[in-house]
Design a binder for this molecule. Structure first.
Ligand code: ADP
Length: 493
């Protein structure tokens, strides 16, 4: 093997410490897969107050105490703690950047009490970006690549190319920036720019400014050495239209040569029906019949009647514009006419929650709803459902369709982004891994669910679909190798 690489992976959420969505899954599983390939990779994330020192055995690092980190006209102290995430072969070191003013809170980006973004998210993630670089210097560990993720880490590449331009420590370090979702950009009023400590010339149309605002995502896209996103189709979509590129499609098209679509994998340990302690009965492709025990347990939990003829449709989602659940609201009552049960775990938009609640009141024997974030129930739904619904407007990669396939639960998806790249539409005879529809339209969704219900009535065909999905390999190893190849590519002199 050629020389192992040293990589620093920077993310604002990492499972199991802090999670609001798929970013946390990726930020945990990808570094572990890279470590297993024999490279040195370490993670840095903020130390939010809710990350328990005891549960996760966080240790102080004496050398990394009281690191002065400038934000605007003030200097704040950073203290770094350390822990590990475990893996089959090796463990990955995680550094937690701690500061009471910025991260001594119960939420990641929002105040959980009112679900509003923290007003000082600009300062919090200016502090984080600068703090990561100051920590590295103090640590004296010099990675070859700093891999940044999403807007919260977006200022790291530009800081290296301006504030630290003449610092020999950073001279040979390259940056990769991964887009997990173009819709979240970290766009702040222009006044925020002063707090970043960046030179004035950075705040221009070809740099940090977008539509009059200081845009952290745009800054990253302008200054990172290489850009990736989480599926090939999404990589194309975000260059093509405002709908996907969210106003930055021009810049992305301009950087097309540096933009790569690398599909996310899934964590094969956490999401494994043959070894999942959250589910009622473990099973695999050879004991596929045992899946029915999980369906029974799921229905029982919600006081609904088990009937092998009637499929359960599961959904686990954030209720936001992106996820397309307005289509479900418009078609659910029609879907129920074909006898299906619908079980949804969701968090987000209160108005949408109320609309679903109304439908639940009308059809309590067919609809089950839980609002909130519940890891255990998420596993139970994956194991206990026959079908899984993801009608997204856009979907950079999506993880649940891959978890579903692993659990023999057939995904019904809109053909966008990673959903289109990972799900193969059913063909008579039992080919394919799921059901797809193209147009963003509730009639199309309904027709597709009805198509799935018809196939469900042919158990032999259905079992083939289940087996096809369960045989797919969405482990991280494949993508991790592609990331390594990319790192090596940008390190070439
Ligand atoms: P996104 O990051 O856009 O939310 P992904 O499909 O990439 O979508 O990842 C979502 C992750 O979050 C999955 O692991 C999913 O199981 C989990 N998840 C989403 N909503 C909930 C919830 N209400 N409770 C538990 N897990 C959830």
């Amino acid at each position: 093997m050629s020389k192992p690489l040293n990589i620093l992976f920077v993310s604002s959420e990492v499972e199991p410490f802090a999670k609001t969505g798929g970013l946390a899954d990726v930020s945990s599983a990808l570094p572990r897969a890279i470590k297993d390939l024999g490279h040195e990779i370490r993670i840095v994330m903020p130390r939010y107050r809710f990350i328990s020192e005891r549960r996760f055995r966080l240790h102080d690092i004496i050398r990394l105490k009281d690191i002065p980190i400038p934000v605007g006209d003030s200097v704040h102290n950073g203290n770094v703690k350390s822990s590990f995430i475990m893996n089959l072969k090796e463990k990955v070191q995680v550094y937690f950047l701690d500061n009471e003013t910025f991260f001594g809170r119960e939420g990641v980006y929002q105040n959980p009490a009112n679900k509003k973004d923290y007003k000082d998210n600009d300062e919090r993630f200016i502090f984080f970006a600068r703090g990561v670089l100051e920590t590295l210097k103090r640590l004296g560990w010099q990675p070859e690549v700093i891999h940044c993720n999403d807007w919260q880490t977006g200022l790291i590449p530009v800081m290296m190319k301006t504030i630290y331009k003449h610092d020999p420590f950073f001279k040979n370090i390259k940056t990769v920036f991964t887009i997990h979702n173009m819709a979240y950009q970290g766009a702040f009023p222009p006044d925020s720019f002063k707090k970043s400590g960046l030179p004035d010339e950075v705040f221009h149309h070809n740099g940090a400014e977008a539509y009059g605002k200081f845009n952290f995502l745009k800054t990253a896209l302008s200054y990172a050495d290489s850009i990736t996103t989480v599926s090939e189709k999404y990589a194309r979509e975000i260059c093509e239209s405002t709908e996907f590129g969210a106003g930055l499609e021009g810049l992305l098209a301009h950087r097309k040569r540096d933009l790569h679509g690398l599909l996310n994998g899934i964590d094969p340990i956490t999401w494994d029906p043959s070894n999942d302690n959250f589910i009622f009965r473990k099973y695999d492709a050879k004991s596929i019949e045992a899946k029915a025990e999980n369906k029974k347990a799921l229905l029982k939990r919600f006081d609904m009647e088990y009937d092998p003829q009637r499929p359960v449709i599961g959904a686990i989602t954030r209720l936001v514009h992106q996820k397309g659940f307005d289509l479900v609201l418009e078609s659910l009552e029609e879907m129920l006419k074909s006898g299906v049960h619908f079980v949804m775990l969701a968090s987000g938009d209160k108005e949408m929650e109320a609309k679903f609640e109304k439908l639940h009141k009308k059809h309590p024997k067919q609809i089950a709803l839980v609002f909130g974030f519940d890891e255990e129930l998420a596993h139970m739904i994956e194991a206990g459902s026959d079908m899984f619904l993801m009608p997204s407007r856009y979907e950079p990669c999506g993880l649940n369709q891959m978890y579903s396939m692993r659990y023999g639960t057939i995904p019904i998806v809109r053909a966008t982004g990673g959903l289109d790249d990972t799900v193969e539409d059913y063909q008579p005879g039992g080919k394919g891994t799921g059901f797809k529809f193209e147009a963003y339209d509730h009639h199309e969704l309904l027709k597709t669910v009805q198509r799935a219900v018809q196939v469900y009535q042919k158990p032999e065909e259905w079992k083939k679909l289940m087996r096809n999905g369960m045989a797919m390999d969405y482990s991280w190893e494949h993508s991790a190798k592609k990331y390594i190849a990319l790192y090596r590519d940008i390190l070439k002199p």
